[in-house]
Design a protein around this ligand. Structure first.
Ligand code: HEM
Length: 485
C-alpha cells in the first residue's frame, strides 16, 4: 500500500483509526486489551529513556566542518590533515561534567569539548575539555573522584566535604582546581571558550616518524566568562542558557568558530623534559613548544533531533585514524577502555551504526548480529578473516607504530610530585582583581566544608603554590595562618 503523507500509523505501519479514545467495553469501560494501539503506545512511552551519560550528561551539539589551514603532513599522515584546504565534516558536543541531564548550564564546572571528525579513513574523536589539564592523572582514581562530584548516597545532595576532602588528599588536582575556581570556571557561552585535547597524543607521519602532540582549539569569539551572581540568577531563570545560546547563534547564521593549534614535542624529549609530558595535570610550556596552526572549525548546522544526534552521539578517545595514536598517559589509557564500554551499555553494541556515529568511510568488519542490528548486517559477505573468499584484508600501512617500553611492571606512582609550580605561576599571572575573585570563589566554595582539617590541608596546597594565596584563603575562612605549618 502506498504511504499517505500525514496519515498516522502504528509502529508496524498500519493506519490508526482512533488516537483519542481507547477501546472500551461499553462507553464507560473498562478498557479492552484488544486495543493493541493503546498497548503499544503506552509500552513504547515507558521505554523512551536510555541511561544518561554517567558524566557529562547535560550537553549541546552542532554540526560543522574542519578545514586545514597549514600543512602539517610532515608530522602526521592523517588523511584529513593531509592538505591545506581539505574539509572534513564534524559533529561537536559541549557539556557540563557533574550535573544530570536536566541540570543548569551556568554552574562552575569544566566543560566537555568533544569533536567527531568524519574522515575518509574513519571517525576520529577528540574528546577534550575547555581546560588543558585534569584533576587526576591515573584512571584508577576516576570513579572515586566522580563520586565526590556527584550526589551523596544518603541525602542525594551535592557534598562539598567529599569534594574538598578528595582534592586536598589528591594534590595533583590543584592546577585544575585553580582554573575551575578562576573566572574561566563559568564560561559566558559555549562559543566563548577554548577547547583542549588535554592529553598528549602521538602523531606519526608517512615515513613512520613520530612526535608527541597536544591540541588547542582557540575560540574566534574571544574568551568571555560569566559573573558569579549573574550565573546564579541564570541557573534559576534559564537553566538551559548555554544550549539555547548555541542553538540561537547557529540558527541566526552567527556561526561559531575555533582555530586549531598543536604543540609538537620530539619523541626523544619525553625522556629528558623537566617533568613527565604524559602527566595530564601539567601543561607544556609554549616557550618550549610553541603553538603551530593546523586549521579552523566552524559550526554551521543545528541538530534536527536532539535525541537522535546529541544524546545518541558516542565519542571515544580510542577512535583513532591512521597517523594519530595514543601516548602512555595513564588517564588516556584508562579512557581507551571506558568510553566504548559506556557506549555499549548506554546506546547499545551497534551504536556505531546509528546515523550520527556512522563513519562516512566504508565500514568493512566482521562484526555481525547484536541487539538493534538494523542495517544489512554485512549481507552475505565473508564474515571471518583470514579467508579464501576475497573478504576484507588488513592494511600494513595502517599498523600502529611500534615503540620501546622499559622498567618493571607494577603499580607505579608518578616520579614528579611538584603540584605547585604551575598553579603558582598561574596565580601570579592573574591581575589583582582576578586573584580577588579566585580567592572569593574558593572561600565561598569551602565555607560549607565541615572539618577544619580538610580546609587546612587544602589551604596548605594553595600556600605552597604561593604564600599570598594560601594566606588569603585562610583569612577568608577565619583560620589562623600559623596552623598551616
Ligand atoms: C564522557 C569516563 C576523563 C572528557 C565520559 C563518559 C565516561 C567517561 C564513561 C560517558 C561516555 C558516554 O556515555 O558516552 C572517563 C574516565 C576518565 C575520563 C574513566 C579518566 C580516566 C576525562 C578527561 C576528559 C574527559 C581527562 C577531557 C580531557 C569527557 C567528555 C565527555 C566525557 C568531553 C562527554 C563526551 C560526549 O559529549 O559525549 N567520560 N572520563 N574525560 N568525558 Fe570523560
Amino acid at each position: 500500500m502506498e504511504f499517505k503523507t500525514g496519515q498516522l500509523t502504528t509502529s508496524w505501519g498500519a493506519p490508526v483509526g482512533d488516537n483519542q479514545h481507547s477501546m472500551t467495553a461499553g462507553s464507560r469501560g473498562p478498557t479492552l486489551i484488544q486495543d493493541v494501539h493503546l498497548l503499544e503506545k503506552l509500552a513504547h512511552f515507558n521505554r523512551e529513556r536510555v541511561p544518561e551519560r554517567v558524566v557529562h550528561a547535560k550537553g549541546a551539539g552542532a554540526h560543522g566542518y574542519f578545514e586545514v589551514t597549514q600543512d602539517v603532513s610532515s608530522y602526521t599522515k592523517a588523511d584529513f590533515l593531509s592538505e591545506v584546504g581539505k574539509r572534513t565534516p564534524v559533529f561537536v558536543r559541549f557539556s557540563t561534567v557533574a550535573g544530570e541531564l536536566g541540570s543548569a548550564d551556568t554552574v562552575r564546572d569544566p566543560r566537555g569539548f568533544a569533536v567527531k571528525f568524519y574522515t575518509e579513513e574513519g571517525n576520529y574523536d577528540l574528546v577534550g575539555n575547555n581546560t588543558p589539564v585534569f584533576f587526576i592523572r591515573d584512571a584508577i582514581k576516576f570513579p572515586d573522584f566522580i563520586h565526590t562530584q556527584k550526589r551523596h548516597p544518603q541525602t542525594h545532595l551535592k557534598n562539598p566535604n567529599a569534594v574538598w576532602d578528595f582534592w586536598s588528599l589528591s594534590p595533583e588536582s590543584l592546577h585544575q582546581v585553580s582554573i575551575l575556581m578562576s573566572d574561566r570556571g563559568i564560561p559566558a557561552t559555549l562559543r566563548h571558550m577554548h577547547g583542549y585535547g588535554s592529553h598528549t597524543f602521538k602523531w606519526v607521519n608517512a615515513d613512520g616518524q613520530a612526535v608527541w602532540v597536544k591540541y588547542h582549539f582557540k575560540t574566534e569569539q574571544g574568551v568571555k566568562n560569566l559573573d558569579v551572581e549573574l550565573a546564579a540568577k541564570l541557573a534559576g531563570d534559564n537553566p538551559d542558557y548555554h544550549i539555547e545560546d548555541l542553538y540561537n547563534a547557529i540558527d541566526q547564521a552567527n556561526f561559531p568558530s575555533w582555530k586549531l593549534y598543536v604543540q609538537i614535542m620530539p619523541i626523544e624529549d619525553a625522556n629528558t623534559y623537566r617533568f613527565d609530558p604524559f602527566d595530564v595535570t601539567k601543561v607544556w610550556s609554549q616557550k618550549d613548544y610553541p603553538l603551530i596552526e593546523v586549521g579552523r572549525m566552524v559550526l554551521d548546522r543545528n541538530p534536527e533531533n536532539y535525541f537522535a544526534e546529541v544524546e545518541q552521539a558516542t565519542f571515544s578517545p580510542g577512535a583513532f585514524v591512521p597517523g594519530i595514536e595514543a601516548s602512555p598517559d595513564k588517564m588516556l589509557q584508562g579512557r581507551l577502555f571506558a568510553y566504548a564500554d559506556a557506549h555499549r551499555y548506554r546506546v547499545g553494541t551497534n551504536h556505531n551504526t546509528l546515523p550520527i556515529n556512522k563513519p562516512v568511510a566504508q565500514v568493512n568488519n566482521n562484526q555481525r548480529d547484536g541487539q538493534m542490528r538494523y542495517d544489512r548486517n554485512g549481507g552475505n559477505s565473508v564474515y571471518y578473516e583470514p579467508n579464501s573468499y576475497g573478504g576484507a584484508t588488513e592494511s600494513a600501512a595502517s599498523r600502529t607504530s611500534s615503540f620501546e617500553v622499559s622498567g618493571s611492571a607494577g603499580s607505579a606512582p608518578y616520579d614528579n610530585n611538584d603540584h605547585y609550580t604551575q598553579p603558582g605561576n598561574l596565580y601570579r599571572l592573574l591581575s589583582a582583581e582576578e586573584r580577588g575573585r579566585l580567592i572569593k570563589n574558593i572561600v565561598n566554595a569551602m565555607i560549607p566544608v565541615e572539618k577544619d582539617e580538610i580546609k587546612q590541608r587544602q589551604i596548605a596546597h594553595f600556600y605552597k603554590a604561593d604564600p599570598e594565596w594560601g594566606n588569603a584563603v585562610a583569612e577568608g575562612l577565619g583560620l589562623r595562618v600559623t596552623e598551616l605549618a
